[in-house]
Design a protein around this ligand. Structure first.
Ligand code: FES
Length: 99
């Protein structure tokens, strides 16, 4: 959706709406056109065995594949990099964003 000059993507993750800007932090690719799915995890609790996780919560930039968590805006490869997120609420049939 377009809000003024901003393009913002709204995603339903497990029944909760999350909004992110349609711009990747890497080279400004159209992030919201990317694939939504999960990612490969390797955690200490599982002995760093690869496993699929966070399904439906991760968006991959269509340009170079950088992954972002839709619920936090956090970049998985560079955790200090975080996209702005926008609070979203639904009123009737309208989606309300707060910038
Ligand atoms: S522009 Fe998004 S990963 Fe490069």
């Amino acid at each position: 959706m377009r809000v003024g000059r901003l393009e913002i993507g709204v995603f339903n993750v497990g029944g909760t709406l999350h909004a992110l800007p349609n711009i990747c932090t890497h080279q400004f690719g159209p992030l919201c056109l990317g694939h939504v799915g999960g990612t490969v995890l390797a955690r200490a609790e599982t002995g760093y065995r690869f496993e699929w996780g966070l399904d439906g919560q991760i968006i991959s930039c269509p340009w170079h594949g950088l992954e972002f968590d839709l619920t936090t805006g956090r970049c998985l490869a560079y955790p200090r990099v975080r996209l702005r997120t926008y609070p979203v609420r639904v009123e009737g049939e309208e989606i309300i964003l707060t910038a």
